[in-house]
Every structure is written in C-alpha cells, then in structure tokens.
Design a protein around this ligand. Structure first.
Ligand code: ATP
Ligand code: MG
Length: 256
C-alpha cells in the first residue's frame, strides 16, 4: 500500500493510482484511449403501461471513446436514466445493439450480465445509497464481497479507494456522521473499488450545494484524467456539464 501521506482529493500520489490499478482483477479489454468503448446502434426502449406502449428511446445511435468524460442532458422524462441504465447493463433494450468494452450486452445471459457489470461498471447515483449500519470503509468494501479476494485485501483496497477520494480519516464514520458531499465521496470510492473501466453517474451532484458539487466534479475530473476512467454523467446542471469534454442532449427519447 502507498506510504504517501494523502491529505485530500487534490493531493493523490502516483502510488495510489498504482495501488488501485495493481489490484485490478482481469476484465474485458478496455481498449486504447480514443477507441470506441461504447457503441449503441439502433437502440429502442419501449415500456408498456398495460397494453399501451411508452416509447422512451427511439432509434438511438451513440459512440463514446475510451477515456472520455461525457455529459448527458435533457428535460425530465426524456430518457436519460433509461439510456444510462442500458449502457451499464442494468436494463435491456427492446431493440438494437449495445457493445461496451468489447462485450455485446444483448447477447449476455442475466447472470453473465450481472458478473460483467460488477467487473466493468462503477455506479454513482444522486441518492448516495450508502448502508446506514455500515461504516464508510465497510460501505466501500461491499462490491468486493462478490469477489474471492481475501478479507485483508478487500479492506486494503477499500482504504485505498477512500484515500483516493480524500476520506481516509473518515473510514470508521457512519453515513449519518458525514456531510452530503462526504457521503457522495464515499459512494464514489465504492464505485471505483473494483477498478471499473466505466463510471456511470446519474445526477451525482443533484442533492449537493454548489461548493460540494464542485468538489465532486473535481474528483470526477481527476478520476477521468489521472485514473483514465471513462465517465458518462447525467446532469441538469450546466456547470457540471461544463466539466465534461462533450455534452449529449436527449429530447423525447432521441439525441438532438
Ligand atoms: N420501468 C419503467 N416502466 C415504465 N415506464 C418507465 C420505466 N422507467 C422509466 N419509464 C418512463 O420512461 C420515461 C423516461 O424516464 P427516465 O427515468 O429515463 O427519464 P430521465 O430523463 O432520467 O428523467 P429525470 O430527469 O426526471 O430523471 C419516463 O416517461 C418514465 O416514466
Ligand atoms: Mg433520471
């Protein structure tokens, strides 16, 4: 583990990056920077309310290169979360193809998709979804319980991830003992503890004041630039979208 004194999100040392990377489990090829990591072709998503179809996404094509940080904006109900969930393998399209990191998601069984998700994707939500009865480090460790890493290694990786987000001194705090911004940083540590190639964030700053939101956005920018994570972020906040290198706009289920 790194011996570097880490005082906060601005001061992450090289050895932290190495520590996270060295403990990465084998995963699907992430691709070279600039190559397509995500490729959606002709994607449609239709829900049914009784017999009445609701066309949420209509014939959508999207390519996202490895290493980019892209924002997704659009009015409420335009299908942003639906699109993010499809990319992350949380839901399946009604039609079309979705290839992420070389995996054709529409061809994976439910159990293969769940395994792929746990190895490939880091999730960040507006509501931090931390377990109130677990400490910060225990929350961060949760995704590793699905792996066969020994307990000592799990704890070490969780502590490293907490250090990356500048919260190593809050490891034994419970969520109720943390501010909203700190809770979201714990959630981000949990999202990166598996060393995913892709981070999907659904309104990650939606519940935060400007200052905390800016801290989270700076952290996401660092994960993108330093740890080379590809990031797709849904947001209503133009200041958040401004941190991304590209902004996609959805309207009534289509990219405009
Ligand atoms: N499981 C579902 N069953 C039926 N309809 C759904 C389901 N999930 C989403 N929808 C509908 O799909 C549409 C798009 O929803 P989605 O959550 O993707 O929108 P959004 O752009 O993320 O909106 P917001 O900005 O409010 O989060 C909405 O009309 C919603 O009611
Ligand atoms: Mg949404």
């Amino acid at each position: 583990m790194s011996q570097n004194p880490i005082s906060g999100p601005q001061s992450q040392g090289k050895s932290d990056r190495r520590d996270v990377a060295e403990h990465a489990r084998p995963k699907l090829p992430a691709g070279q920077e600039g190559e397509a990591l995500i490729r959606l072709g002709g994607v449609r998503k239709t829900y049914f309310r009784g017999k009445e179809p609701i066309h949420v996404l209509t014939n959508l094509d999207l390519t996202v290169p490895t290493g980019s940080f892209e924002a997704l904006m659009g009015p409420s109900g335009s299908g942003k979360s639906t699109l993010l969930n499809l990319i992350a393998g949380l839901d399946r399209p009604s039609q079309g193809s979705i290839v992420v990191g070389g995996a054709d998601l529409t061809r994976l069984s439910d159990s293969a998709l769940a395994k792929w998700r746990s190895q490939t994707i880091g999730f960040i939500f507006q509501a931090y979804n931390l377990m109130p009865v677990l400490t910060a480090v225990e929350n961060v460790e949760l995704p590793l319980l699905l792996t066969n890493l020994p307990a000592k290694d799990r704890r070490r990786r969780a502590q490293t991830a907490l250090r990356v987000v500048g919260l190593e001194d809050r490891a034994s705090h419970y969520p109720r003992q943390l501010s909203g911004g700190q809770e979201q940083r714990v959630a981000i540590a949990r999202a990166i503890v598996n060393d995913p190639i892709l981070i999907v964030a659904d309104e990650p700053t939606g519940d935060l004041d400007r200052h905390s939101a800016d801290e989270i956005l700076t952290l996401l920018t660092r994960l993108n630039q330093d740890l080379k994570k590809t990031i797709i972020m849904v947001t209503h906040d133009p200041a958040a979208a401004a941190r991304a290198s590209l902004t996609h706009r959805l309207d009534k289920g289509a990219l405009v």
